[in-house]
Write a protein of this length. Structure first.
Lengths: 765, 183
């Protein structure tokens, strides 16, 4: 039994290490010992198990629903449906358009219809089977391209958002034009820790929810609205999070568990099984893209025309922001003087899509990089040279009209990726050849290929969203205690927060308190590669306020003017030359923690990035705070007879601003590349008229240790103005251009003009 | 009371300790009983389909997915979970283990950066201990093959493979140390 009195996610520790070091994670030891409490590990006395009844149809009318037979099963405590939702009937990240439970109509396979609480998971499962439910099946709308003109399947209509970017002279033409049509399949985040949480009624009408999420406060607000409670009556606490990658930005089981807990008066735990997880969170949008690239004979881009259609699935989720990203980054990290981009996210009866690592930049990167290779081939130029020739630099304008004011080391990323040594030819070991353990490969026929791609995206939230982060720092007895509601999802914020505090305060020990809405303000979402910048910035700001208090206190104790002491970036307080401190007390040179002595100092700070604006009707506006870039070179071996691909090596140069924790940065790079490789050659949720055909790890394949390539990485360090320590977020760029690099390598190996990811064996033979 | 008679009351020997299981349903998996009846949540529930390896445990020394084992059928077997792995030379229950005393595999995973979200980690720890108990100096492709049943979604495996290499190096240099030299 996990004691709820103890912090559910241990974030403390005094592992040592300043910014630039690689201290071990404070949650590392509990995680390797199996005693770190993930949300699915939590238990409470008298706890019930909750489970969800889901629609088997992509589109149907609920003709009859009777929960009586389920309630008659011994051990079943309560059943809740749409009729029982006490507050708002719907929720959503941007538009509140998704029902807590379907009322009259179900719009996708897996849409929740009812939830039960029972004394055992199997009792709950039998109760779901007993619910009497009759559907009138409706024809599903599953073609996103046709959705805009089809009969609306939702009161909000079928077009979630349409964006047009007009840039420069849209009638301009180049000496050469290459065109192409591309498709991206539906990828899943496939985090390992299933959606889980434990809801505990407080006896006064409110509820505490321990849950795996990416943003506690956003969940809190959506849950409270659906429960008809004030936000302070709903307290969310972070349960250990087993990965996220965007898939936990949306509410899943949160409202259901709280409703069951409030209805039963007992703690209720919900933990999805894997098939349910595949249906229970949003996915990466499938995409159809059509491009025309115009260029001069010398290879300068003249114009890019792009049409992008994203399949948003049944509900809006974050589609309006994803499509805006797809539009803004549709041309790639290149100087493009003229552009016409038309991007639409449409509603269908497919599973809802929303955030996944890369957030709209992934789909367009596959297309624009495929186009750059086509253009290089048409012009007879080396693909790397063509990219270098057009690479964005600081000061260049994007198609939105926004000029890049921060760092933009695109050419450096390209050169670094290209400079890594190529791997030796495949050896005799069959396990290292295409087909792996299948031992199907004929070495004499295996072909090797090399491909290149470059990508970029925004850091932090965009288009006018004020995604602040709040942190509190307390310095006492040489220990810095950081309170910040960041969702640690595996990325290592708890490590970095400690490094920042130790660096700024010169202390040896730093502890990060458990994340909760009960005692901390919002830290914003653990997404958009933003927490190191935003919450790291809040921690740094709070530390500096603490240091100022310590400086003033020390000056008072020494009887000198505070202005005679200065706090350095290294967390030390020193006498300024010519000040009076040196005269009467000798020169001061102490860490902030030493100078604090027996005092206790506390400060809070809210970190904000510079304001941004929404895109206007022509897709113009300074919508972004900052950008991060990466280049990837992939090497593949292909068995042309069976169409099997082994990704041998991925080399990368990545724009990171400044490395705060070298080991965690390489972990983000290797992990992100693995997900990009997955999208390139194996990962797809297979849809058949709205039905999900492969909701399991048997049939939805993610890269294993046998599939993951060797990764060679170079971090380009050019500190970003405005970012704490100059550090850019590093989580998303590895996932963006690794996919097209692998596909380019497959084309190089086979000569097959692949235009769809993931590449399937039958695409190659 | 070694069980296995379908009464729902039986005994499992987990990490060297005999534990009574009461009130279980006949179909309960070993994973469910470990996690939800015996208070041992170290084995994880990422898929409960035998595909991800997050619930890896040893049953009579064999590496298995606890989600695929019938709990009652494991009565009488020696079950080792991640909670029962101890550094060489120590015994379960040692006072030192109450803190952060880790096995060499656990220590290497933490140091090398093989842990991010940590959900796959207990299974990886058990699987690496199993591999290195069978193969002292595995080739890189043998390590990859041995861990191919343990999905990790965060790391891309690079730091996990580096951790295994670190353990092999340390163990082999310890094995080469002349007798009598204290380390």
């Amino acid at each position: 039994m996990t004691d709820l009195q103890a912090p559910p996610s241990r974030r403390g520790g005094s592992a040592g290490g300043h910014v630039g070091d690689s201290p071990i994670r404070p949650d590392g030891a509990p995680k390797v010992q199996g005693r770190f409490a993930f949300a699915s590990d939590l238990q409470a006395d008298g706890m019930l198990w909750g489970r969800t009844l889901r629609s088997p149809h992509p589109h149907a009318r609920i003709a009859a629903l009777d929960v009586g037979p389920a309630l008659a099963i011994p051990g079943v405590t309560c059943v809740v449906t749409a009729d029982d939702v006490p507050g708002a009937a719907t929720y959503g990240l941007i538009a509140s358009d998704q029902p807590v439970f379907a009322g009259d109509v179900v719009r996708f396979v897996g849409e929740p219809v009812a939830a039960v609480a029972a004394d055992h998971p199997d009792t709950a499962r039998r109760a779901l089977d007993a619910i009497a439910l009759r559907y009138e099946v409706l024809p599903p709308l599953v073609d996103a391209t046709a959705a805009a003109d089809a009969a609306p399947i939702h009161p909000d209509g079928n077009v979630i958002r349409r964006i047009v970017i007009d840039h420069g002279d849209t009638a301009a033409t180049g000496d050469v034009v290459v065109e192409g049509s591309y498709e991206v399949g539906m990828q899943d985040q496939a985090f390992l820790g299933p959606e889980s949480g434990l809801a505990v009624p407080d006896g006064e009408g409110g509820v505490d929810l321990w849950v795996a999420t990416q943003w506690l406060h956003e969940d809190r607000d959506q849950v409270a609205a659906c429960l008809g409670l004030t936000p302070d009556a709903v307290r969310l606490h972070l349960g250990g999070v087993g990965g996220a990658f965007g898939g936990r930005e949306d509410v899943s089981m949160q409202v259901h568990a709280c409703m069951l807990a409030l209805a039963s008066g007992r703690p209720v735990k919900m933990s999805y099984l894997r098939d349910e997880s595949f249906l229970g969170h949003v996915h990466r949008h499938p995409a159809r893209l059509r491009y025309h690239h115009h260029a001069t004979r010398a290879g300068d881009l003249v114009k890019v025309e792009a049409e992008v259609v994203l399949d948003g699935g049944a509900y809006a989720s974050s589609s309006a922001a994803v499509i805006a990203n797809a539009a803004r980054f549709a041309c790639g990290p290149y100087r493009v003087p003229n552009a016409r981009i038309e991007a639409v996210a449409a509603r269908t009866n497919n599973p809802p899509c929303g955030a996944m690592r890369g957030f709209g930049a992934v789909q367009v990167c596959f297309a624009h990089e495929s186009q750059m290779d086509r253009l290089a081939a048409r012009l007879g130029l080396d693909p790397v040279e063509l990219r270098l020739r057009n690479a964005l630099r600081t000061g260049d304008a994007l198609p939105t009209g926004q000029r890049i004011t921060g760092t933009a080391p695109v050419a450096e990323c390209i050169r670094a990726a290209a400079a890594h040594p190529l791997p030796p030819p495949a050896g005799p070991e069959l396990l290292e050849r295409p087909g792996g353990t299948g031992r199907t490969d004929d070495p004499a026929r295996t072909r090797r290929g090399v491909g290149f791609a470059v990508g970029f995206k925004n850091l932090l939230y965009s288009e006018g969203f004020d995604d602040t982060s709040e942190a509190r720092v307390r310095l006492a007895a040489g220990v810095a205690t950081v309170t910040c509601a960041v969702a640690e999802v595996g990325q290592g914020f708890v490590t970095v927060a400690g490094q920042i505090a130790r660096t700024a305060l010169g202390c040896d020990a730093a502890v990060v308190e458990p994340a909760t809405t009960a005692t901390a303000g919002s830290a914003g979402s653990s997404s958009a590669s933003r927490q190191t910048w935003m919450s790291g910035g809040a921690v740094l700001q709070a530390c500096r306020l603490v240091a100022d208090q310590v400086r003033a206190d020390l000056a008072r104790r020494l009887g000198v003017a505070p202005e005679s002491l200065a706090v350095g970036d290294d967390g030390r307080i020193r006498s300024l030359a010519g000040g009076d401190a040196g005269a009467s007390h000798g020169s001061v040179d102490l860490t902030v923690a030493e100078a604090a002595g027996d005092g206790v100092f506390t400060a809070s700070a809210v970190h904000r990035h510079r304001p941004t604006v929404p895109l206007d009707d022509h897709g113009q506006g300074d919508a972004d705070v900052s950008y991060a870039f990466a280049a990837h070179r992939a090497v593949v071996d292909v068995d042309p007879d069976l169409g099997l691909v082994r990704v041998v090596q991925v080399a990368t140069g990545q724009d990171v601003g400044k490395v705060l924790h070298p080991v965690q940065v390489i972990g983000q790079i290797e992990g992100g590349i693995a997900q990009g490789v997955g999208l390139a050659v194996m990962e797809e949720i297979v849809l058949d008229r709205g039905l999900v055909r492969n909701p399991s790890f048997t049939d939805y394949l993610v890269p294993t240790a046998a599939d993951a390539p060797e990764v060679l990485a170079t971090c380009i360090e050019q500190p970003e103005p405005g970012a704490p320590f100059g550090a850019k977020g590093v989580g998303e760029p590895p996932t963006i251009s690794s996919t097209p690099a692998v596909v380019a390598a497959i084309r190089d190996a086979t000569g097959v003009d692949v235009t769809r990811v993931p590449v399937r064996p039958w695409d190659l033979v | 009371m070694s069980g296995g008679d379908g009464s729902g009351v039986y005994e499992l020997v987990v990490n060297g300790v005999a534990r009574a299981v009461e009130g279980a349903q006949p179909g309960d998996s070993l994973l469910h009983v470990l996690r939800d009846r015996l208070g041992l949540p170290g084995a994880k529930n990422a898929c409960e389909q035998g595909e991800c390896g997050s619930c890896s445990v040893l049953v009579d020394g064999a590496l298995v997915c606890a989600c695929l084992e019938l709990a009652e059928a494991a009565a009488g077997c020696a079950i080792t979970t991640v909670e029962g792995l101890t550094p060489a030379g120590s015994e379960p229950g040692d006072a030192a283990l109450a803190g952060d005393v880790l096995t060499d595999v656990q220590q290497a995973l933490v140091e090398a950066g093989g842990v991010q979200c940590g959900f796959c980690t207990p299974g990886i720890v058990v699987a690496v201990h199993d591999l290195l108990a069978r193969v002292v100096d595995p080739a890189p492709h043998e390590v990859r093959e041995a861990l191919a049943g343990n999905l990790c979604r965060c790391t891309g495996y690079g730091r996990i493979l580096a951790a295994v290499e670190q353990v092999v190096t340390v163990r082999s240099s310890a094995a080469m140390t002349p007798p009598g030299v204290r380390r």
